[in-house]
Write a protein that binds this ligand. Sequence first.
Ligand code: HEM
Length: 410
Amino acid sequence: MDQKIAELRTELRRDYDVYAQTTIAEHLSELADRREKCPVSFSADGGFWVLSSYDDMSSVLRRNNRGFVSFPNMPDGSQAFGQKRMIPLEIDGSLHRQYRRLLDPHFSPEAVAKLEPRIRGVANDLIDRFIEKGHCDFDPEFAFPYPGTTFLALMGWPLEDAPKLTKWVDVFLHGIPGAPQEETDKARAEASAGVHGYVMELIEQRKQNRTDDITSALLESEIDGEPIPVDDLFDLFLVMMLAGLDTVQSVLGQSMAYLARNQDKWAEMFSAPEKLEPAVEELLRWASPAVPTRNVAVESAKVGDLELPQGERVHCPLGAANRDPKYFEDPDEVKFDRPPKPHLTFGLGAHRCVGVHLAKLELKIAFQELHRRIPEFRLADGVEVEEHLGLTWGVENVELVFAPGRRETA
Ligand code: HEM
């Protein structure tokens, strides 16, 4: 290794545990300390640089394809899909642009607005399953199945397959909590085979019988003048499904835990129709769950005040950018009337989230329907909300208690 980078790595060493067993608030305060003392630090344990300021993260993400690439998009350099790159998350340049040109029209505000009745139906169907009890474990009963089922609606896949598919995806992503490793590995392999078999069968069915949805549209699309190979289509569908799950789930879970403790804010969100959208935007800023990584792809690239050589990995915990006091006064506070300043929750540059409008619509509808049917709620006594870091920051154990209501469907 070049002498200069070795010295820099030693001088700016401050280890960083992506999976630290700590709360999100504590972790953000550790990142705030870095921002003040060493805004670009080197985690020798993981072999990557950690950014902590809004300016540094936005500058790196903006320069995707111009100095940086997104493969591998894991801070430790590992490859989630083995030898293959995640499509479109880990491909760059012209190939990536072609995929985005195909995908973006299906995720425009106008395109996702058409899904509104179905998304509202999904929200109400889930609420119906717990409303009579007067309590729910919000994560498994709403926050997790909601984006999964919405994804099926988006793709034009049968909504009744949601329980099967979300179960597989849950095991695939989280294993079996508390089970021995071997059992988790076995269940994961089965879940992975289940998802693969299911999606491949759907692709085959759609090839025979095209419908008016995104699945059929992608089957008819071309990349580099050729139809997309079936294996690549599978990878693309999987990334689209996974990208919208943990993220929407996390923002919903964190928000409901916060709103349970701050019912005045819940009331404020609905005090006038125009209040809801800025409130969703602020909850997105505050709950920011994603942590992308970029890699220097040219001889050297500027990161903060440093010049980093090719191959260095740069990790962007976006939550820290969104709590940068340079742009957000009292950054840890949730304030629905902040002056508009774009947050980085959906990333920036070439890989900025495909699903921005869908995610915002999902959140808006979820809050509206929850508010309509559960106007007041609190956290259950004696239950501690648990938080995790990792590749998507989030919460579990959001046990909510409320006055029982009525089901709306038979
Ligand atoms: C609150 C919810 C969401 C958050 C916070 C979020 C966040 C992000 C972020 C930060 C990225 C960029 C990653 C990077 O630069 O490496 C991204 C990319 C992506 N997101 Fe989302 N996302 C959300 C919801 C969704 C939904 C609902 C979908 C679609 C069903 C989706 C699909 C994607 C896809 C396909 C990419 C890859 C884009 C590319 O590489 O060009 N996301 N998302």
